[in-house]
Design a protein around this ligand. Structure first.
Ligand code: ADP
Length: 269
């Protein structure tokens, strides 16, 4: 096998050439992997859409039949149908974001963005969601107004996704703390960068899940995540945006005490 862990697929072509033959070996393993990933993705999307659609169909039938003359049941079913519809809309929005981000992944962002100010602005935009959650979000900005090289709309999405996860999976009534560090040298960036952390005090994530969190549709507790309106695409979007920015995402977590997501971005100058 190519990496010793799995089989390699070869396309072998045999061409007669006078008294000899030419053998061509082409390693098709990578192409096959991509094909498999695409098929898995389509299967996942179909499943994610079919589940709420089946539920909606069931409720429509019930509303036409058994619940027709029961205003209380009708109201309850309509509430569930509304939630399922909202979730499907969120899923389609996330899928479009993901494909837009993937499309632009090779184009380097080229504007200077004041990261501290962008985080403060994003928290203002999230105001209603934060107050609905009953949690408090604090921001400590030690960046001294330093700029990173970025696309501000996409970086706003990174911040919003991480903060929304902290609100969704953090512990009720606890704080979510955001800290922006002073600029520092990062070996992996091969230069100066700016790091910020989003920290919650929720139940945390077991270590074996951590490497898989940015996979599409990967959820630790899918029932809880779905119940929270999660699509399973939030961190995949974050990862693609950071790839485009040559940035990094690092997640650390302690079960029982909370999770910290750290993002590092290269400085603008
Ligand atoms: P979702 O839309 O389901 O939230 P994400 O891609 O944003 O999808 O996150 C993937 C999974 O990672 C979530 O379903 C959840 O199980 C887990 N997760 C993400 N952030 C946190 C966090 N701060 N605390 C605990 N679990 C988290």
């Amino acid at each position: 096998g190519r990496d010793g862990a799995r089989d390699t697929t070869w396309d072998v072509t045999i061409v007669p050439e006078g008294r000899s033959v030419i053998l061509t070996f082409e390693d098709r393993t990578a192409a096959q992997d991509v094909g498999q990933l695409r098929r898995d993705f389509v299967a996942n999307v179909s499943h994610e859409l079919r589940t709420p659609l089946t539920a909606l169909q069931g409720f429509i039938e019930t509303l036409r039949g058994a619940a027709r003359d029961d205003p209380k049941a009708r109201e309850r079913f309509l509430g569930i149908m509304e939630r399922e519809t909202t979730r499907m809309t969120q899923l389609v929005t996330d899928l479009l974001s993901l494909s837009r981000v993937e499309e632009a992944e090779r184009l380097r962002p080229n504007t200077a963005v004041n990261l501290g100010a962008l985080i403060a602005g994003t928290l203002e935009d999230l105001g209603p969601i934060i107050s609905d959650s009953g949690m408090k979000v604090t921001l400590e900005d030690n960046s001294a107004g330093v700029h990173v090289l970025g696309d501000s709309d996409q970086l706003r999405q990174v911040i919003a996704n991480l903060v929304q996860n902290a609100l969704k999976y953090g512990a009720d009534g606890e704080k979510v703390e955001i800290t922006v560090d002073p600029p520092a040298a990062f070996r992996k960036l091969r230069g100066l960068g700016l790091a910020f952390h989003v920290r919650d005090h929720g139940p945390g994530i077991a270590a074996h899940h951590l490497p898989r969190l940015t996979e599409r549709f990967y959820r630790v507790d899918s029932h809880r995540a779905r119940g929270q309106g999660g699509t399973g695409l939030g961190l995949a979007i974050v990862k693609h945006i950071l790839n485009r920015h040559r940035g990094r995402l690092h997640i650390t977590s302690t079960v029982g005490s909370g999770t910290t997501c750290t993002v590092v971005l290269p400085l603008a100058d």
